[in-house]
Write a protein that binds this ligand. Sequence first.
Ligand SMILES: NC(=O)c1ccc[n+]([C@@H]2O[C@H](COP(=O)([O-])OP(=O)(O)OC[C@H]3O[C@@H](n4cnc5c(N)ncnc54)[C@H](OP(=O)(O)O)[C@@H]3O)[C@@H](O)[C@H]2O)c1
Length: 261
Amino acid sequence: MEKTVVITGASGGLGSSLAQVFTKNGYTVCELSRTNPGGLDNFFYCDVTSEESVEAAFEGIKGRFGEVDLVIINAGVGIAGETALMPSELAKRALDVNLLGALYTAKAAARCLKKGGRLVGISSAAAFFALPYRSLYAATKAALNLMLWGFSMEEPGIEVTSICPGEIDTPFTQNRLWHIDEGSPHAARLKKIAKKFEENRKKRMDPEKVAKKIFGICQKKRLSPLYIIGAKYKFFYLLQKILPQRAMMALAAKKYGAEDE
Ligand SMILES: NC(=O)c1ccc[n+]([C@@H]2O[C@H](COP(=O)([O-])OP(=O)(O)OC[C@H]3O[C@@H](n4cnc5c(N)ncnc54)[C@H](OP(=O)(O)O)[C@@H]3O)[C@@H](O)[C@H]2O)c1
């Protein structure tokens, strides 16, 4: 029987690649986002920062397709800038999308998934170690992991996993919420980091390949609570398990641009 998957943030980036891979493999794909770039078969308008909007989208899906097999919490936004000067409006927007949006989706999914259905969160390799100027993004993704794992202990009828990819070549960087305070001594360094983000695009993972990996994970007989995608990021994850916190932070500060070059 044909399976149904719901993907949030399916209008672009990784979500759009996921929608294509699942469709190719015979799934009925329900695509949720605020915009419809066209060509989406089963588009449902959804702003994940509004609980009403998420509920309405899932009601629509249930009415049309019945209970679903899989829900992928993919909608997300990056945020970067100096933590001490981050405008609270920007910080709230990131939390609203990455954490509360995921909570509203998980709540709606609990009522829409079949028994034994699966809830997959797209988190980030950034969830495991502090990064300079990306503290809030890392915090939202670390919080997402913990929320999903707590949820899975409460809902034994739903299989839950958190998938943490490293950097992927999507419009994520352009869509990232940035704050650079021109008057701050950190401004030049932040601009250098922003330039590096752009220059490093070629080194990022191909979204289609990442989507195929995620599809493969979703087909496993049993899900682990955590998957990391990208060899470099698996290595960092292991490293942070063995290095003292101070050493790991010094390494992250050097590699991710906090120190003068
Ligand atoms: N790219 C990376 O390097 C990377 C690495 C690790 C993890 N991730 C995670 O992967 C996921 C997908 O990111 P991406 O790289 O594909 O980024 P992206 O290209 O910027 O796409 C983000 C998607 O989220 C949707 N979205 C944003 N705000 C939304 C809202 N309020 N309600 C509903 N949908 C919303 C956008 O659709 P609309 O604007 O149409 O609503 C879009 O489809 C995110 O959770 C991100 O944190 C990305």
